[in-house]
Design a protein around this ligand. Sequence first.
Ligand code: SAH
Length: 243
Amino acid sequence: MSPAKIRLCVDQPLGAGQSLPLDEAQAHYLFGVMREAVGARVLVFNGRDGEWLAEVTEAGKRKGTLLCLEETRAQTAPADLWLLFAPVKKARTDIIVEKAVELGAARIVPVATDYTNSERLRRDKAEAHVREAAEQCGALFLPEVAEMAPLARLLGDWSKDRRILWADESAPAGSPAATLARSEPGPWAILTGPEGGFSESERSRLRALSFVIPVSLGPRILRAETAAIAAMTLWQAHLGDWR
Ligand code: SAH
């Protein structure tokens, strides 16, 4: 029997002896695309119950069933990092969502800012990207994609014990690594802006908030998705689960 390589994200609870009916897309992927058959072994996870080895017990064109055998990895919680980002063009937003999963964000929060050029984000599509990214990267946790909310409202309702690492392209040059080295782990969020950056009024509001820590990400203007990836990398290396 070949070792299981395919990882499938499922909705059902996982446990020994649990039977897992597959939906049409999963059956098509496993049996049509990957050519797996009855007896094949796959890994399954649901974001809550760890990762399990499962065996194909029924393989059809449009349906199929798996049997949950044994736990391969216990569930772990992600580091407490949220990513607040202004959605940009679709393909770039997809990258931000995918990279947030790979880089271990616990929650993904699309933010409407003054210069956000994308009015809405299809939550169902973003959630599908989260699942796909988690399947691919071995993540056990599925970050929730929040409803898009205006920046002013988010800041108004903010719980002050969660610090915000604000990627501020107009911050004076300075080492973000040194800033993070002086900071405490705990609940954090990263905030990145849209292509147009943050407006003057957003900047002055953000600067006035004690829980907001502005950082420069170097002397070049980064694309929004690069800024999100760079900021998550910095945070994970200093305060997150890369330590
Ligand atoms: N139009 C803006 C750039 C926006 S870049 C301008 O020309 O000034 C999109 C977002 O990426 C920014 O809002 C910021 O959050 C982040 N970003 C880009 N480059 C950055 C840098 N050098 N330092 C910190 N944040 C940066």
